[in-house]
Design a binder for this molecule. Structure first.
Ligand code: FBP
Length: 548
């Protein structure tokens, strides 16, 4: 691999570890735990892994002998900066506890376990990837591990290689599946432990015990740099409104964090739209009114942040999308046999409820096509492929034209659209993500060597310096509740949406009007890997506001 000068310099960065993991350590077991809700049902479904205690590692003076382990690691779902450091942390942790231990990577995501595609990860390979972005060391994939036949195939391959533990690095769904797998192998006494690691740029896998998912920090910093650059351009030329869609499949954490970092004129918060039951028309009117207000001051430019998941939070669109998801799932074969767009529109319009059919017909042609595109493996519409920013822009333009004709608006409106998502998912991890990921991987190795299964690696107290971080394990069952999926109640890890009573949102709301009318842009600049700690080691505003 040819490396840039920055990559060469960055390769020698030694991620920081909590003091408790730096030398000899032992594990402290807390009290029994409960799931966040639906305790009786979850307990019944996970009789072998329910109620396990919280774990914390602490420095100890008593050396322990750990048997050699053979561990398989899987990267699951969308890329997130720092994944390579999780793997480096697992590797270093395993080797520290027993130099005879070995690490294997299953290739291309969970499918690699089922199909038996793997490679041994040796020191030379690991060294090539330290502190780099991407998941390319072993690749990732979105195969869902949920069928017993997959668990059995996976077990067969583990037995062939001699693997006694798996680490699944993924988001809420992948960790839910890790928990089901852990329970299955434990109940069978299969001799394979399963540990999860919290990953997703979306930032929606978090709770009391998991303060943030890795990758969120770096991705938000990359997007904020880009938004800042655009804002500086906008404030220089003073001629464009920029509509910027930001990734985040469901929750608005990314857009909210970027708003706190860059102070754009408008940021839409999906969770607020849902709470206030705002229609598409009302959202458009809000944007247009800010455009008009700024035009009165001669400011015919600005920025609008649009969260990727917005479309599914607008009540009328939510109903439409849910009807479409069901319709397409129930008629998969027939629908894919339809040759023309017209045939598809006719079929859909005939089978939707009257109201949804009207909503569907009112949408621009491109959006209709995007709403009918392939679903993801969970049967959901792929919001990253829906051009919500363009939809809103077109509607705002129409409304401003109407207002102009009525003499209600007299500005100039020129615009540009952007979508930031893939630009940030494989960026070189910030110091925070490099350290956090390495500590998570090291913690996963420590949990394995202590014989644990059904736990997620947890590193807490993240707003303190890394030496004060608390490393341990949280039983995955503790994070679960029952939710309806595909018409059936299932045990799942609760997805963390933006909470309207929480500080990050409150901070945004207290500034929203000011940022809308005036130009108070902030230009954060690029992530810094070398330099003063207050520049290089700072984490997200979201984490700081939530924790302090
Ligand atoms: P994960 O939840 O798997 O981490 O992925 C999140 C995400 O990056 C979303 O923000 C985005 O909607 C989606 O992945 C895009 O998926 P794909 O990579 O399949 O296009």
């Amino acid at each position: 691999m040819i490396k840039s000068p920055l990559q060469i310099a960055r390769a020698s960065y030694q991620p920081k570890l909590p003091t408790s993991l730096q030398n000899v350590f032992a594990v402290n077991e807390g009290k029994e735990t409960q799931s966040v809700a639906d305790q009786a049902e979850i307990k019944k479904m996970f009789p072998n892994t329910y109620g396990m205690p919280l774990l914390n590692f602490y420095s100890s003076s008593t050396e322990q002998n750990y048997p050699a382990a053979k561990v398989g690691v899987i990267l699951s779902g969308g890329q997130a900066p720092g994944g390579h450091n999780v793997i480096a942390g697992i590797f270093d942790g395993l080797k520290k506890l027993n130099p005879e231990s070995k690490l294997y990577g299953f290739l291309g995501g969970p499918g690699g376990l089922v199909d038996g595609n793997y490679m041994e990860l040796t020191a030379d390979i690991i060294d090539e990837y330290r502190n780099t972005g991407g998941f390319d060391i072993i690749g990732s994939g979105r195969t869902k591990l949920e069928e017993e036949s997959q668990f059995e195939e996976g077990l067969k391959h583990c037995k062939e290689i001699g693997i006694n533990a798996l680490v699944i690095i993924g988001g809420d769904d992948s960790n839910t599946n890790a928990c089901v797998l852990a329970e299955y192998y434990k109940q069978k006494e299969a001799g394979v432990q399963v540990i999860g690691c919290p990953k997703t740029i979306d930032g929606d896998l978090k709770n009391e015990m998991i303060e943030t998912s890795f990758g969120f920090d770096t991705a938000c910093k990359v997007y904020s740099e880009l938004i800042g650059n655009i804002q500086r351009d906008a404030n220089s030329a003073k001629k464009y409104w920029h509509f910027i869609k930001l990734m985040g499949r469901s929750a608005t954490h990314i857009a909210l964090e970027c708003a706190l970092q860059t102070q754009p004129n408008i940021t839409l918060i999906s969770e607020e739209v849902e709470e206030k039951k705002q229609t598409l028309g009302q959202i458009v009117e809000y944007i247009a009114s800010v455009v008009a207000k700024r035009a009165e001051n001669g400011d015919n430019f600005g920025t609008v942040l649009v969260p990727e998941g917005l479309i599914e939070f607008v009540p009328e669109m939510k109903i439409l999308i849910s009807e479409l998801n069901d319709l397409l799932a129930e008629n998969e074969q027939y629908f894919s046999s339809l040759q023309t767009e017209d045939d598809k529109f006719q079929f859909v319009n005939k089978n939707l409820s009257d109201h949804s059919s009207k909503v569907f017909s009112s949408l621009p042609y491109n959006i209709q096509i995007q709403l009918l595109a392939d679903r993801d493996p969970h049967g959901n519409v792929q919001v990253s492929r829906i051009e919500t920013e363009k939809l809103l822009l077109d509607m705002v333009e129409d409304l401003l034209r109407e207002w102009k004709a009525k003499g209600k608006y007299n500005g100039k409106f020129s615009s540009q659209t952007h979508f930031f998502g893939y630009e940030g998912r494989c960026a070189a991890p910030s110091n925070f993500d490099a350290d956090y990921c390495y500590a998570l991987g090291y913690t996963a190795a420590a949990l394995i060597c202590n014989g644990k299964t059904g736990y997620m690696a947890s590193v807490r107290n993240l707003t303190a310096s890394a030496d004060k971080w608390i490393a341990g394990g949280v039983p995955i069952t503790m994070l679960m509740n029952m939710e309806k999926r595909h018409g059936k109640m299932k045990p799942v890890i609760q997805k963390a949406l933006v909470r309207l009573d929480d500080k990050p949102y409150q901070e945004f709301v207290s500034n929203r009007e000011k940022w809308a009318e005036k130009t108070q842009f902030v230009y954060p600049g690029p992530i810094q890997y070398f330099g003063p700690t207050e520049v290089c080691d700072a984490t997200t505003k979201t984490l700081v506001l939530e924790r302090n």
